[in-house]
Design a protein around this ligand. Structure first.
Ligand SMILES: NC(=O)c1ccc[n+]([C@@H]2O[C@H](COP(=O)([O-])OP(=O)(O)OC[C@H]3O[C@@H](n4cnc5c(N)ncnc54)[C@H](OP(=O)(O)O)[C@@H]3O)[C@@H](O)[C@H]2O)c1
Length: 243
């Protein structure tokens, strides 16, 4: 091999390595603990708007989306320059991290529409399967476990369940107080996604308590021993008793 050709191959290899490392930095930009990032909110209702407002206050940029773009524009306008509104696809593309906070019946459609856009991203999932409200999709999700069911709709995304069993009114109070005295159980399979979610939970005024892998997401919904307002220590004492 001539010297010129070897140099060319070396430069090409370095360029590819730098590009790959830049890509991996970009794709993991949201994983930097304490970092500020772009959050896409899919479902800007009672829970989504409460958390979005708290995260804007904490210094993140947030895009709200729902089925009603005009309403989301008004919401964003009320929250200042770090807030914006878009379609669900806009929010999924915008967010380095996503909050999915919708009636569970919307999951199959959202998975089909947004799946490609959210691969590799952290999805924080507040959505609860409620068969009486959401129909068959919710009944199947309860069988599978809410966390694993959500992950099934967004293959390749790093799903963390959280904020599932605290009333939004109480959530609003806690986001204002920023006390961290109330525990928030979360569950997920990816350590860096758990770290991102933990930061967001703290910025919403609660203390994260990691319950375990995403399969434990079946306990993160109303009506389980982990539901409601509990201290971090109370939650930690309950976790070993879960079956
Ligand atoms: N409320 C609570 O206290 C609470 C607490 C913990 C967890 N959760 C769970 O969290 C989820 C959200 O609860 P919420 O009380 O915030 O409900 P909500 O106020 O009814 O808000 C639901 C949001 O989802 C949007 N949405 C519905 N279908 C959609 C679709 N196909 N595509 C995009 N967006 C869609 C709605 O948009 P439009 O308004 O335009 O229809 C709305 O912005 C539910 O699964 C709930 O069980 C609720």
């Amino acid at each position: 091999m001539t010297h010129t050709r070897r140099s060319f191959l070396q430069i090409a290899a370095i360029t590819i390595a730098m590009t790959a490392s830049a890509w991996s930095f970009t794709s993991n930009a949201a994983d930097v603990p304490g970092g500020k990032f772009r959050i896409g909110i899919v479902g800007s209702g009672k829970v989504g708007s409460t958390l979005g407002a708290a995260w804007i206050k904490a210094g993140h940029e947030v895009m709200f989306s729902s089925l009603d773009l005009e309403q989301d524009k008004k919401l964003a306008a009320s929250l200042g320059p770090s807030a914006r509104a878009g379609t669900t696809r806009d929010a999924a593309a915008f967010g380095e991290v996503l909050l999915v906070s919708v009636p569970y019946s919307a999951m199959p459609q959202l998975g089909a529409e947004l799946g490609e856009l959210v691969k590799g991203k952290v999805i924080l999932d507040t959505s609860n399967p409620v068969p009486g409200r959401d129909g068959d999709v919710a009944a199947k999700a309860l069988d599978k476990g809410a966390g694993l069911a959500t992950a099934g709709f967004f293959p390749g995304a790093r799903v963390v369940r959280g904020f599932n069993a605290i009333g939004f009114e109480r959530l609003q109070e806690l986001t204002r107080k920023q006390e961290g005295k109330v525990g928030m159980p979360i569950a997920g399979d990816d350590a860096s996604a758990i770290s991102v979610a933990s930061g967001l939970v703290r910025e919403a005024g609660l203390e994260p308590v990691v319950v375990g892998p995403l399969g434990m997401g079946r306990f993160l919904r109303p009506g389980t021993p982990l539901a409601g307002i509990q201290t971090p220590d109370q939650l930690k004492n309950i976790i070993p008793t879960l079956k």
